[in-house]
Design a protein around this ligand. Structure first.
Ligand SMILES: [Mg+2]
Length: 394
């Protein structure tokens, strides 16, 4: 073990979206609750543990879930509410260390190495966090405590829901050895199959093989896996982890056809993604268009602008320009997506009154900000350009 042992806690809320729904509607307690996209092609975003007993799990098509669990309670995603609860949970995490790396709304790594003097041993910090989340927010969070990120993450998952698993610094290999090889980071089903052919079923099986053999069979990747299997993982908790892109996409209930329809959908997506960008206070330089055809073949096209924008109109113009490089006008389209990357904080930009920006642009920005305020108050569908009105009326 290293000279300076790290203490890492991985925290993961239990069935987060579904648990928030039960928190807000206590009469749902004990029911199979499924949160997800409503509609023919929606997928499950979260399933309560009661629902999981029927084989329902996240990323499953809603149609499948309904077949497995016909009497379940199906609810739409309420992202702004989950974000609110998430902020309160992260506020609790940050009471114990500034080194908090969010992995999603409901999951984080904490490096508590330097917190011990103030707050006690890592296991007691984990217990205290679990208690505070339960008391102040009313939800359960599972925790794993270990000297490495990978071991902490595996540990938090072992005793879910409402579990706490502690891996002492000198017991990492003992902890990993009996676990199935699929638990190792970066091991997908294809690798699992190949490993099985070599007689490797557990992490311990892998760790006992000579490094050379793994290198010969799987290259650099094999060498990395061998290291991980032996408990090596020196990645540190990164609190500066940044949002790299912001996107919006839609899978249509029925495939869409024709340039006019495609453009109408792209306009709607541009408005949504630009609004999301502004809500996070970012500007973007790179616009990416994704088109998936009815045969599931997919193309992406990207364009980097000469300036950074948070304007739906400019995003829309960029994706329309890229449409010519796709077959979206002549083939059936199943999915459209727009993502914005090369993000910069809006506050770092010069004020819009500076010379470079033409007046129309400043005006546009003011207008879109006003629309944001209205839609925050009255909902996403309150303000839309006239070309989309007939869609919204439906
Ligand atoms: Mg979770």
């Amino acid at each position: 073990m290293g000279v300076k042992e790290k203490c890492i806690i991985h925290l993961d809320m239990d069935a987060f979206y579904a648990s928030v729904e039960v928190l807000d509607n206590p009469e749902l307690r004990g029911w199979p609750v499924i949160v997800g996209g409503i509609g023919l092609r929606g997928v499950v975003s979260a399933a309560s543990y009661e629902a999981r007993e029927f084989g329902v799990h996240s990323a499953q098509p809603i149609a499948t879930a309904r077949r497995l669990c016909p009497h379940g309670v199906y609810l739409p995603v309420r992202m702004s509410r989950y974000k609110e609860i998430s902020d309160r949970i992260f506020e609790i995490f940050r009471r114990f260390t500034p080194l908090v790396e969010p992995l999603s709304l409901d999951e984080a790594f904490l490096d508590v190495t330097a917190s011990r003097a103030l707050f006690g041993s890592p296991p007691s910090i984990a217990r205290e966090i679990r208690r505070l989340v339960r008391e102040e927010v009313g939800l359960t969070v599972s925790a794993g405590v270990a000297p490495t990120k990978m071991a902490a993450k595996i540990a938090s998952d072992l005793d879910k829901p409402d579990g706490l698993t502690i891996v002492p610094a000198n017991k990492v290999r003992e902890f990993l050895n009996p676990l199935p090889i699929g638990k190792l980071w970066g091991v997908g089903q294809a690798t699992q199959k190949n490993m099985k052919l070599l007689g490797i079923e557990t992490i311990g099986d892998l760790a006992r093989l000579p490094e050379d053999l793994l290198h010969r069979k799987f290259g650099t990747y094999g060498r990395q896996l061998w290291g991980l299997a032996r408990g090596g993982d020196d990645r540190s908790v990164n609190p500066q982890r940044e949002v790299k892109s912001i996107g919006a996409e839609d899978t249509f209930p029925v495939d869409i056809n024709g340039l006019t329809t495609v453009k109408a959908e792209l306009l709607r997506l541009s408005i949504r993604v630009a609004r999301r960008l502004r809500r996070h206070g970012f500007l973007s330089r790179t616009v990416t268009l994704k088109v998936k055809y009815s045969d599931f073949k997919q193309v992406t096209r990207a364009e980097t602008l000469g300036w950074a924008t948070d304007q739906a109109r400019e995003v829309y113009q960029a994706v329309c320009g890229m449409l010519a490089e796709t077959s979206a006008g002549s083939r059936s389209v199943r999915l459209l997506g727009i993502s914005l990357s090369k993000l910069e904080l809006a506050s770092r930009q010069p004020e819009p009154t500076l010379l470079a920006e033409p007046e129309s642009c400043t005006k546009g920005r003011g207008l879109e900000r006003a629309l944001d305020r209205i839609s925050e108050k009255y909902g996403d569908r309150a303000v839309v350009p006239a070309t989309l009105l007939d869609k919204v009326k439906k």
